[in-house]
Structure formats: C-alpha cells, structure tokens
Design a protein around this ligand. Structure first.
Ligand SMILES: [Fe+2]
Length: 299
C-alpha cells in the first residue's frame, strides 16, 4: 500500500490559545491522501507531520523527528523483535534517508507553507561524519529555515561539524540555544547523555534553561527537547526516559510563556498536559513504535 502522510494542524486566535487548541487539533487530510487510521498508519509506515499555527503574525512551525539517517547506501536494520505483530518481513530494513527525503518534499509542498521547521533529535543512527553529511544534504532541500537538536543517538561534535556554520549551535559544551523567530521564541534543551538511551537535564543545563526563559518572559515560546519529561505508558520507552523531571517541571510551571514543548524520542505522537503547558512527542519520519501499553510489552 502506498502510504501517504497526514498533517495535523491546530489553529489559535491568540498565541496563548495554542495550549488549548494543541490538545484538540483538527485533523485534515490533504487532497488525494487516504484517511488512514492510526493503526493502519503503524502497519503501513505512514509518516505524519505535526504542525501548529500562531496566528498573531501567521507563524507556522513544522516538526519532524527521529529520522535516524545512515550513510548513503545503508539501510536501518530493525531488530526482529521490533517487527509489529502481523506485519510483513520488509519492516526489518528501512531506508531512513528516503523517508526523510519524502518528509522534506511534503513539508515544502504544504499550503500554507511552514515558516520554520524543527528536527527534534536522533538525527542520525550512529553519530558518524558520513551520516551527518548525508543528513545535511537531505535537510538542505528544505525551503524554510530549520533548527536541529540532539537525541540519544546523536554526537554533539558531529552535529557541530555539520550544522555549526548555521550559527545557532554553541561552539563548545551542550547544544542548547535560544533563538528569536518573530513572533515566536524557540528554546532548545540538550538532554543527550553520550552512550545512553535515556536523557538528563543536569544542573548546568537546568540553570541555562531557567535563565534562557527568564530572558524573555513575555514572548510566546516553544521548547524543543528530545526526551519527553512525562511518562508515556509505553514501558520500554519510559524505562529510558528523562531523569530528574521534577526540577525541569518546576521551571516550566513558572514560565507561562511556554506555549508547548515539542519532543522526539518516542517514534509516535502522544500529547498531554505538563506543568501548565502542553507537551507532545512526534512520530519518526521512518520507523514507528507500537502503542503497546502492557507493562511487559517488548521493544
Ligand atoms: Fe529515535
């Protein structure tokens, strides 16, 4: 079956209406795209792009996540146990670069076109220079500005090498940053721990996060981070989630300008309330995670 992406859009009359609307977004099907159910999307590998609109100045942000790009010619080998029940054997090898290329084509063709795109981590699979160069070439075809953050599979140095010339990534240390994309402010938090699946907003990063938000308490702000700070109910993902979330949540709850928190990591879309705002994860542009809420559900 030729799976096509579906787009989720929410509209807000005022910037702070976004919080309410984010959780109750209207689903729309683009012309010619099948109206797939979520389960069908899982089976067929459908890619979905989430987006939202801040209408005060017509701001549209698109999120893509977890592309897991490999070096040219390499395929992602999904472990056999990750094959969804009832799916065919072709799920075990995935051309993640082709998946990202399709997502880029779809983003460029959206009407209205997003003003900016964000890529919320697990940009590549192994963190190698060849993978980041491949990723850089693929993302270079986006027609709108884009911003990247690290996930657990990423390498800070590899990201700096590939995207450092864009000017928004720090030249050393953690890859966190704050940028003004009028009328929106983007605050990106680095939750990466080298060699680990889980994430950590350590004391140094939390202090930076707190001060970055305090610098512009009136500007509508979107927070980017790879690891969601909430339990998703998918046990094997929650086991390797974000540690020490209480201090992070306390900072978020003091900053009412945070419209939403956009996360990756989960390889499927889950949105929920969090510390006075709305937080959500995005699907991967490639392979997805089953919504299996059994405590002993396999990976
Ligand atoms: Fe991932």
């Amino acid at each position: 079956m030729d799976a096509k992406p579906r787009v989720t859009v929410s509209r807000a009359e005022q910037p702070h209406d976004l919080v309410a609307n984010w959780a109750h977004c209207d689903r729309i099907s683009l012309p010619g795209y099948p109206d797939e159910t979520e389960d069908a999307a899982q089976r067929t590998g459908i890619r979905r792009t989430s987006a939202f609109i801040l209408t005060r100045k017509g701001m549209l942000v698109a999120q893509i996540s977890d592309p897991h790009v490999l070096a040219p010619g390499k395929l992602f080998h999904a472990p056999e146990k990750a094959v969804p029940r009832g799916a065919g054997p072709n799920w075990s090898r995935i051309d993640t670069a082709a998946c990202l290329a399709r997502a880029v084509v779809e983003l460029n063709a959206l009407a209205p076109r997003p003003d900016v795109a964000v890529v919320t981590g697990d940009l590549v699979e192994h963190g190698s220079t060849a993978e980041y160069e491949h990723l850089r070439v693929l993302l270079a075809t986006l027609v709108m500005p884009f911003f990247v953050i690290p996930g657990n599979n990423d390498s800070r140095e590899g990201m700096r090498e590939a995207f450092g010339s864009e000017g928004y990534l720090p030249r050393a240390g953690f890859l966190h940053y704050a940028i003004e994309q009028d009328p929106l402010r983007i605050v990106a938090l680095d939750t990466h721990i080298p060699g680990e699946h889980g994430g950590l907003p350590c004391a140094e990063r939390l202090a930076w996060f707190d001060s970055a938000l305090a610098a512009a308490p009136k500007l509508p702000t979107v927070v980017l981070m790879h690891h969601p700070a909430f339990a998703t109910g998918i046990a094997h993902m929650d086991r390797y989630g974000l540690r020490d979330t209480a201090a992070f949540g306390e900072i978020v709850s003091r900053n009412r300008q945070i419209e939403c928190i956009l996360c990756g990591r989960l390889h499927r879309a889950i949105d929920r309330r969090f510390a006075g705002t709305v937080a959500g994860t995005a699907p991967s542009t490639a392979h997805q995670v089953l919504l299996d809420l059994e405590p002993e559900a396999p990976l």
